[in-house]
Structure formats: C-alpha cells, structure tokens
Design a protein. Structure first.
Length: 63
C-alpha cells in the first residue's frame, strides 16, 4: 500500500527570496529607544520617547 505524500503549503510560499516572515505571536509593545553615552569616566543610559530627541545628543564628546 503506497502512502500518499501531502505537501502543506503556507502563506509564505511564493514570496520573493529574502522576504522576512514573522513566526510567533505578534507583539503589541511600543518600540523603545535606549540612548547609551559613555566616555572614560562615566556611563549614562537613558530611555527616549521621541526619536526627534536623539538629535539633541549628536556631536557630543561621549560615544
């Protein structure tokens, strides 16, 4: 008796090469921005709510 081979196709079949496909539960969290500034003497970590506030920290002496 021959076994019948069933190929299960998903929604991602037919997508282009390199297409990102999320597998898992969708996340309903808001994205977070964590600014890390440091130099030889200090380390600062700060959460930023608005991406426009990142520009305020450009050009600082710290990394």
């Amino acid at each position: 008796m021959a076994r019948k081979l069933v190929v299960k196709r998903s929604k991602k079949s037919g997508a282009g090469p390199g297409t990102l496909v999320h597998i898992g539960r969708p996340s309903h969290r808001n994205p977070e921005i964590l600014l890390i500034r440091y130099d030889r003497d200090a380390l600062q970590e700060r959460r930023i709510d608005d991406p426009a506030h990142c520009a305020e920290h450009l050009g600082a002496e710290e990394v």
